[in-house]
Write a protein that binds this ligand. Sequence first.
Ligand code: FAD
Length: 398
Amino acid sequence: MEHDVVVVGGGCVGISTAYHLATRTDLDVGVVEKEHHLAVHQSGRNSGVLHPGFNYEPGTQKAEFAVEGTRRMKAFCAEHDVPCEEVGVVVAARTRTEERRLDELAAQADANGVEATVVGRERLRELEPEAAGRAALHCPAAASVDAQQYVYALAREAREAGVTVHLDTRVTGLERTAGGYRVATDSGPLDAGVVVNAAGLQADRIAHSVGVGEDYRVVPFRGEYYEVTPDRRGLVNSMIYPTPDPELPFLGVHFTRRADGSVIVGPNAVLAFGREAYENTDVNLGDLRDALGYEGFWRLFASPKMVRVAAVELGKSFSKPRFAAAARKLLPALRDDDLVPSYAGVRAQVVSRDGDLVKQPLFVEEERAVHVLNAVSPGLTCSLPFGEHLAERVETLV
Ligand SMILES: Cc1cc2nc3c(=O)[nH]c(=O)nc-3n(C[C@H](O)[C@H](O)[C@H](O)COP(=O)(O)OP(=O)(O)OC[C@H]3O[C@@H](n4cnc5c(N)ncnc54)[C@H](O)[C@@H]3O)c2cc1C
């Protein structure tokens, strides 16, 4: 079996790359996915929020992709009957310091061309009567999407444009050949002119196997969610976020009204004992050894602030009252009983050998391969322009 291009990974990034390659070129494209379904890992286990770009530094690729991705995904969902609701978001400020930060966010939104307004307490009460806060940033363009249905709709389009999707097929190795790569899989080899490695939580391992990206490694962080019971969903109209602390890597628990009308709370950010460890009791010794044997991991946790945050997040993972207490800072009327445990996702948080969290999309090009080392959040929002960008890069390699 051979393809001009083999894409490893049936998440939103891999499928978007395959879709754009098939619709822009005559190349024969195959997607290889180890699971029986698409979007089983990060692409199907996220908050499903289209982040319109108010909180990303202007001029960065992340800001550019988020702004364009939000616009394009809304249009795609409308055209393909994928549930997508433009519910908007309020970023609530509870202190004077946070209020000042809202002005910075509003300026960032402006620079990124995103509509966002700082509103006072009264307007916040109209938008979200139960939210805590003295002021808020209101961004009406934020939306909730059904991420799995989106990936399936995109895959349908890709297949119609000629892409072959090989499910239940795990890539076990890459070997350079005269014409590109021989991709070893547990269902037999595939020959590829070019390989796109979009394997998410496992992408660094595939890249390292051919000597690429060795200064970066995935450190898995689990994000756990609770759902608000149906009779109490009325506490939240849209999405309620805390004001981000620029010194912390993750936002902290927040409220999201999903495209199906349910309301989820989370995610937290717990160091996971495995790259696909969706329960707090799941342990994968190989993954754990990998993380603990990495100097970047120890440099990251050399900071007392990171250790403190990790301990607090772990507490929220094992104690529902602590999780609920964190959520109550944004929604004081919330009771512990209003929450039922829901799903979890694991973020492929890329950490450099120096111990820095890599915050921008990162891919490395070789002569006959593109390795997506960091499809950082909001990778779902960014997936259409990011996949198109990767497809453009592949076109220069074939
Ligand atoms: C908890 C959480 C909340 C998030 N919330 C949001 C949000 O609200 N909005 C947003 O825009 N983004 C969000 N994100 C980020 C977003 O989900 C990711 O950036 C995006 O899904 C990454 O997509 P991907 O295709 O790179 O990875 P994945 O979806 O992980 O896909 C990689 C695929 O590769 C496959 N694979 C791995 N190894 C192999 C192998 N050896 N052989 C074959 N196949 C292999 C895997 O099975 C998987 O299907 C969130 C992420 C998490 C974890």
